[in-house]
Design a binder for this molecule. Structure first.
Ligand code: C5P
Length: 232
């Protein structure tokens, strides 16, 4: 499949994890892979290195931006940080569900307030349930964290592919965002609860986070093409 054949509906469900430490490298990757990905994920590494201007750069390049900062602090601090981040024009922001519903709610409200002041639509708040690198989380924890996300009126949760069905059962209207994806035969790196992108889609994932499976490939466009072909 070529880039022009990647439907816009599928592109908007594929988030490219730009886990690099400078804006120039991020833009190079983002532009190279634009045909396959509609969402650019800015995580702790890139945001620490390049800050808010990298968000605007990606928006200017036509991406929806997913700010993966996994906020977890006292409610007032999360609310104030979310007000600032809500005014940047991002589409998604993550917070840690372990922080509890009061913190998540402060984040949701802060995002709405910041976006309103900037005249922008409110970004979607995503609660990170269990890290996909964590193989030891007790089984009951997923339900507790999904419930916290619902109580706080988050738009979605971040979870492993194996947890999508349970998350949807508890909260059918929550978006499910799934990282830890590896096409068959590719290395898992530090991820513990991996799945193939097509298995995640079949499980009902709404947004797939793709990182090193494409960004660390020798031929990145070929890896992106193969990924998309596996989903069609
Ligand atoms: O390279 P890889 O596909 O493992 O990248 C996964 C991305 O998703 C990383 O940016 C990581 O920070 C993020 N992430 C994750 N697990 C979560 C939430 C986010 O791996 N639960």
């Amino acid at each position: 499949m070529t880039t022009t054949e990647t439907t816009s509906a599928l592109r908007s469900r594929l988030a490219l994890a730009l886990d690099v430490d400078d804006a120039v490298a991020a833009q190079r990757l983002a532009r190279e892979l634009k045909g396959w990905f509609g969402v650019a994920k800015v995580g702790l590494e890139l945001f620490s290195a390049a800050g808010p201007p990298v968000v605007q750069m990606l928006i200017d390049d036509g991406y929806q931006v997913f700010l993966d900062l996994k906020l977890a602090d006292i409610p007032t601090t999360v609310r104030k940080a979310s007000q600032v981040l809500g005014a940047l024009g991002v589409s998604y922001l993550t917070m840690h569900a372990f922080a509890g519903p009061a913190v998540l709610r402060a984040g949701v409200e802060g995002l709405t307030e910041g976006a309103e002041r900037a005249g922008l639509p409110a970004p979607m708040a995503l609660a990170v349930t269990v890290l996909t690198s964590d193989a030891d989380a007790p089984p009951h924890i997923l339900a507790k964290r999904v419930t916290a996300a619902v109580e706080a009126r988050c738009a979605g949760v971040v979870c492993a592919a194996a947890d999508v069905a349970e998350a949807k059962e508890i909260a059918p209207r929550l978006l499910t965002v799934v990282p830890g994806l590896r096409p068959p035969g590719t290395p898992a790196h530090d991820q513990a609860r991996v799945a193939t992108p097509s298995a995640a889609l079949a499980a009902g994932a709404d947004l797939l986070v793709i990182g090193r499976a494409v960004t660390a490939a020798v031929d990145r466009p070929a890896a992106a093409s193969e990924l998309v072909a596996s989903l069609s």
